[in-house]
Design a protein around this ligand. Sequence first.
Ligand SMILES: Cc1ncc(COP(=O)(O)O)c(C=O)c1O
Length: 415
Amino acid sequence: MKKTLPFNEQKISEFVDKTKTPFYLYYEEGIKDRIRTLQDAFSWADFKEFFAVKATPNPHILSIVKEEGCGVDCSSMAELCLAERTGFKQEDILFTSNDTPLEEYEKALSLGAILNLDDVGHIEILKDRLYIPELVSIRYNPGGDFGNYIIGNLKESKFGVSKKDLYKGFETLQKYGAKKFGIHIMAVSNELNPQNHIKVAEMMFNLMLEINKTLGIDFDFVDLGGGYGIPYKPDENELDIFYISNEIKKLYEQIILKNGLKPPKIYMEHGRYITGPNGYLITRVLHIKNSYKKYAGIDANSANLLRPAMYKAYHHITVLNKSIENKEAEIYDVVGSLCENNDKLAEDRLLPKLEVGDILIFHDVGAHGHAMGFNYNGKLRSAEYLLTTEQSFKLIRRAETLKDYFATLSFESKD
Ligand SMILES: Cc1ncc(COP(=O)(O)O)c(C=O)c1O
């Protein structure tokens, strides 16, 4: 898919001239558009998207997804607090945690969130220390050959429960008074093959039928997780979610409706599909270094964008006001200043010949981008801006300062 920018280069150049780089920029209209497309595709079902907060944990982004009718999927105390402070309530919050501290369950229950349990062992803890809510969900891990390169082999995955435990879990929950049930799966991540999403839905519908026959449960919802891929590379294609939805609809009719099950709601919890393509990291070239390779040293590093170092992920780069077609091109490793040799945001990348001061724009960083930031070497997290529907640049998170970095330390005075 051809990589384009949702703003003209003149407009962004003017903004960059007066703004400290690096910074993240999100595109509001694009975020709304992706949500509406997803909702439209699944309009045949009682469908709800619970945006995965971990992808872009910023209240301004969460407010946009809220306005568009989504709930949120939270996985930690901080994410629950973000959801609460953005005004999400009750069953608009799904809590998909793992290795969950008791106080996080306590918080989730106090918000009326739907608990999605990662382990059946947690049922006893909830019963003994808190309580079993009326509606509970369990996360299934089918093992086997599901999974892909990010999520890994599900047999090796720490998430979710086996089929045996799933049965045990629902039986125990029934015994302890739960009345309504959900079932959840997150089997793939950044998956661009539609068949793999359809396969997951088919497996889940068959499983729900099997559980219905054995335990008599009519599920309130099935949560098919997140994981829709986005075309990070220019030669990859956008997922046809209308095709996926149509195939899932046929399976829903054949497996769920024809067998007389009460129609469950369909939930999803995408992050990447919604915000991924609608976020950009804007950086400036500080140095060009020629050693055994040619390096472009920029003012961002892997602490600002971890995905390339962590997953060897590709993020397309646009060089502002330069294109390969009309400039000499060179092959660069684009690197940051961390004391780690995997601090490379692009490797062996053909780019227009670069000069100090050039602006590099990284595409598709709107999900799991800023969010995965860290402070190694005392590097500071960057600001986040939103290009609003009204075409103005709104600061939605200020950049971290050294004062923030040192705020948790105390120094013994030398005088
Ligand atoms: C449980 C769960 N749900 C949803 C997501 C969101 O995934 P994605 O952003 O790939 O859609 C994740 C990602 O880590 C996850 O772990």
